[in-house]
Design a protein around this ligand. Structure first.
Ligand SMILES: NC(=O)C1=CN([C@@H]2O[C@H](COP(=O)(O)OP(=O)(O)OC[C@H]3O[C@@H](n4cnc5c(N)ncnc54)[C@H](OP(=O)(O)O)[C@@H]3O)[C@@H](O)[C@H]2O)[C@@H](O)CC1
Ligand SMILES: [K+]
Length: 482
């Protein structure tokens, strides 16, 4: 699972356009499109295995995205593929691309387009790229549906119907097995729901220079390895940080045990537990420091985790928020933490809602958050003046002061299991106690947690405690291969 390449960055459409203009001014006309088409054709050939005799159908829209598809189709036709093009806006298809395809022996389909698409070995989606607005238009919807029955679908730059800047899918969109994207990843390829439509993503370097901060970035193994806390020779347990866990209730003692389980694997030197589930915690983890007094009197910690399974104890949340150390707020704690109090804290705060909790904090619906995850996480971070980790199939972490949003895709659907979030909050809180900044703690925590979920599950259902157990395997994997 190792990936030694650096951070995966995604830039928005405006930045890409500016870089494109700058580069185009220095290159002969059409050079960029040829680079794109060459990379696209190579990826299609790899996917097909055998190009000669393959049935390839191009879906061609009115812009340059269609031009890329046509030139790539011409390359495949010259290698012996049977290439036909469906023109969605017949009078407006890229003239140079169309001429190249016809010269190479490709044809334009006049009828039975949907049937031909269904029977294709490969459908190339060049309906619309970064110039697209909104979901697919009516004429394209039946073709996108037919494409699902083809053997493979490759999206040009991004799946048509996916918003490049946000990953939002308003209406129908093409589902690709592979997306060949040019110059840089686009946020919509890394953030759900767009990411799910993209399939695997291959980046083709066309020479774009993309300076400055990306909109979205994804940590890779090497980035995580560089951020993990490493104890020095003379660090004792206190110098490695103590993480306080204020969690669990008489009704939910398990949440306390799971948060402590995560915290013990997060790099802090010790875990201090405060709350009514001390007995259950000690029975499972005798190394925990258990206090029967409230957070304010529990002794020093370098970071607090509050909220998992906490019920309605507003007093505990209040005491934790008053501490001048980093605080992670999860689950019930999110409901009990007043926005203005969080805003006014001088130490960092990390909120870790799932979509339903985020929706409640934003006064909107869960579906709205799921559909527009990037804007939801940014909005929450702005409202609370805090770092926000929005859980989901791709977890997003937005910093308190804006900047690049971190996206994590190491998770597995098996992580959607009771108590899995409690483990994550313990883990990320522990990383904060060990000295990581809130944004790093959230994104490194999500990365390890997702990887641990994969290792623990290995294709079968897992419980949250299995995930906690597997954190150390994930950690080791990152250190060894990062
Ligand atoms: N960046 C780079 O460096 C490089 C970029 N390259 C490529 O160029 C692509 C961008 O090309 P682009 O600007 O021509 O826009 P593009 O996405 O083809 O479509 C815009 C057209 O589609 C239409 N339209 C809009 N919404 C729609 C919808 N929902 N459903 C259907 N149609 C819709 C709209 O027409 P309208 O009908 O609205 O007048 C408009 O004319 C980029 O993604 C990459 O592939 C490479 O070649 C080389 C390097
Ligand atoms: K496309």
């Amino acid at each position: 699972m190792g990936n030694t390449h650096g951070m995966r960055n995604a830039y928005g459409v405006e930045t890409v356009r500016a870089a494109e203009r700058e580069l185009m001014a220095r290159l002969p006309q059409g050079a960029l499109m040829q680079r794109a088409a060459a990379g696209l054709a190579a990826a299609c050939a790899d996917l097909l295995g055998r190009v000669y005799g393959a049935r390839v159908v191009l879906l061609v829209g009115s812009g340059d995205n269609g031009g890329d598809a046509l030139y790539a189709g011409a390359r495949l036709a010259r290698r012996g593929a049977g290439v036909s093009a469906v023109l969605l806006a017949p009078g407006r298809a890229h003239p140079g691309g169309l001429a190249a395809l016809l010269a190479a022996g490709g044809v334009v389909l006049q009828e039975d387009a949907e049937d031909t698409v269904r029977r294709a070995d490969l459908v190339v989606d060049g309906i619309v790229g970064i110039g697209g607005r909104g979901g697919l238009r009516d004429g394209a919807v039946p073709l996108a549906e037919a494409a699902r029955e083809a053997r493979a679908v490759v999206a040009v730059d991004l799946p048509s119907g996916v918003d490049a800047d946000t990953g939002e899918v308003r209406g129908a969109a093409v589902r690709a097995d592979l997306t060949v994207t040019f110059g840089t990843h686009k946020p919509g390829l890394l953030v759900d729901p767009g990411r799910e439509y993209a399939g695997s993503v291959r980046l083709v370097d066309i020479g774009l220079a993309l300076p400055g901060e990306p909109e979205v970035e994804a940590l890779q193994h090497a980035d995580v390895a560089a951020l993990l806390p490493v104890p020095g020779a003379e660090s004792d347990k206190y110098r490695r940080g103590v993480v306080g866990v204020a969690a669990g209730s008489d009704r939910y003692p398990g949440a306390a045990v799971l948060a402590v389980a995560g915290a013990l694997r997060g790099g802090a030197g010790a875990v201090r537990y405060v709350g009514p589930a001390g007995g259950a915690v000690l029975a499972r983890f005798p190394e925990t420091l258990v206090s029967d007094r409230g957070p304010a009197k529990a002794g020093r910690v370098q970071a607090w985790v509050v909220g998992p399974g906490a019920g309605d104890d507003a007093q505990v949340v209040e005491e934790v928020l008053a501490a001048e150390v980093p605080v992670l707020i999860d689950a019930d704690g999110l409901r009990l933490a007043p926005r203005d109090v969080v805003r006014e804290r001088s130490a960092p705060t990390l909120l870790t809602p799932h979509a339903g909790e985020a929706a409640r904090l934003l006064g909107t619906g869960r579906e709205e958050v799921e559909a527009a995850r990037l804007s939801a996480v940014r909005e929450l971070a702005g409202l609370y003046g805090a770092t926000v980790l929005l859980k989901g199939s791709t977890t997003l972490v937005a910093g308190a002061g804006g900047g690049a949003v971190r996206v994590n895709a190491t998770g597995t659907p098996w992580l959607a299991t009771a108590g899995s979030g409690d483990v994550l909050s313990g883990l990320a809180g522990s990383l904060m106690a060990a000295g990581l900044e809130a944004l790093d703690a959230g994104s490194v925590g999500a990365y390890l947690h997702g990887l641990a979920g994969r290792f623990a599950a290995d294709g079968a259902p897992v419980g949250a405690h299995d995930v906690a157990e597997a954190i150390r395997y994930a950690w080791r994997d990152v250190v060894r291969t990062g």
